[in-house]
Design a protein around this ligand. Structure first.
Ligand SMILES: C[S@@+](CC[C@H](N)C(=O)[O-])C[C@H]1O[C@@H](n2cnc3c(N)ncnc32)[C@H](O)[C@@H]1O
Length: 288
């Protein structure tokens, strides 16, 4: 990669051009704007107002290195080290799933339903802590527990809780093994966005997800795609109060199967909700 100028505006335009073949022009502009803000604290407006602003040699190298990583499909959130989830700035790294916009919708649904109750909520498979923390922020009276099998994920969730001054409990469990959670109490709400991508759907996924995001957060076997939902219902048999609510994010193709599963477990008021793309993405139900 060669650069002809040390002017920020010209370098920015050069990098947008280079990234466009991979990301398209609009996304490339957005990515480069995020980088210039992250690396140099300069917004697009400031670049427009100060087109003569120059970068030092080491700043150019930093910029160059970040663009090289984007060209290798590295997610921008791993370059900046954070993402935004609703109104929270959360640290992320390769140990956690980068929270998706659909999951923000799930949290909005839960907050809407539970905001007037001082509930005890557990988020199973918390990753960065996004669901647990955003819920706690909007429902301060709630007692929130964030659980995950991954110690690295719990570390990030803990750092995020501390940074946001949000008090939640963090626990390590393997929801597929009841012995690991037998000592936990009863909750009023169970929520989970568990791994739900089948091995066959993996083929359709982008390189940035496959190369950089943790497989334990994403994939299930084709033969047992609902394994986590079944396990969470087993958890809820003992650890969800009667009349308590369960909320799931789901694979868009599994809505009817999961409704059937909840019926089989005698759940009531089962509702499937669409995400912003019109896909069946969320389920809620009440335990009898
Ligand atoms: C799809 S990610 C969701 C992360 C986060 N809640 C979000 O919505 O962005 C699933 C999470 O489940 C965790 N997980 C995978 N297997 C698990 C298990 N057996 N027990 C508990 N958590 C598990 C993963 O470590 C990962 O953090």
């Amino acid at each position: 990669m060669r650069w002809k100028s040390n002017k920020l505006k010209e370098l920015r335009d050069q990098y947008i051009g280079m990234l466009s073949s991979l990301y398209g022009e609009d996304e490339s502009k957005q990515l480069v704007h995020i980088l210039t803000e992250h690396l140099f604290g300069v917004t697009p407006v400031r670049i427009a107002l100060k087109p003569e602003k120059r970068l030092s040699e080491s700043e150019i190298l930093q910029f160059h290195q970040a663009v090289k990583e984007l060209l290798k499909h590295k997610p921008i959130q791993h370059i900046t080290g954070h993402t935004t989830f609703l109104d929270l700035k959360l640290a992320v790294n390769e140990s956690v799933l980068i929270p998706r916009p659909e999951t923000e919708e799930l949290v909005q649904l839960i907050v809407e339903r539970e905001k007037n109750n001082s509930v005890r909520l557990i988020d199973i498979g918390t990753g960065s802590g996004c669901i647990a923390l955003a819920f706690k922020k909007h429902t301060p009276e709630a007692q929130v527990t964030a659980a995950d099998i991954s110690a690295e994920a719990l570390k990030i969730a803990g750092q995020n809780a501390q940074k946001q001054h949000l008090e939640i409990d963090l626990i390590r469990i393997d929801v597929l093994h009841p012995d690991s959670y037998a000592a936990l109490p009863v909750y009023d709400v169970v929520v989970s966005n568990p791994p739900y991508v089948t091995q066959s759907d993996k083929k359709l996924m982008q390189k940035n997800v496959l190369d950089y995001e943790p497989a334990t957060a994403l994939f299930v076997e084709n033969e047992n795609p609902l394994v986590f939902y079944v396990a969470i219902l087993e958890f809820s048999r003992i650890h969800l109060a009667n009349g308590g609510r369960i909320y799931f994010e789901i694979n868009e193709q599994k809505g009817p199967d999961l409704v059937h599963l909840l019926e089989k477990h005698h759940y009531m008021e089962i509702a499937l909700h669409l995400d912003m793309h019109g896909k069946e993405r969320f389920l809620e139900a009440v335990k009898k």
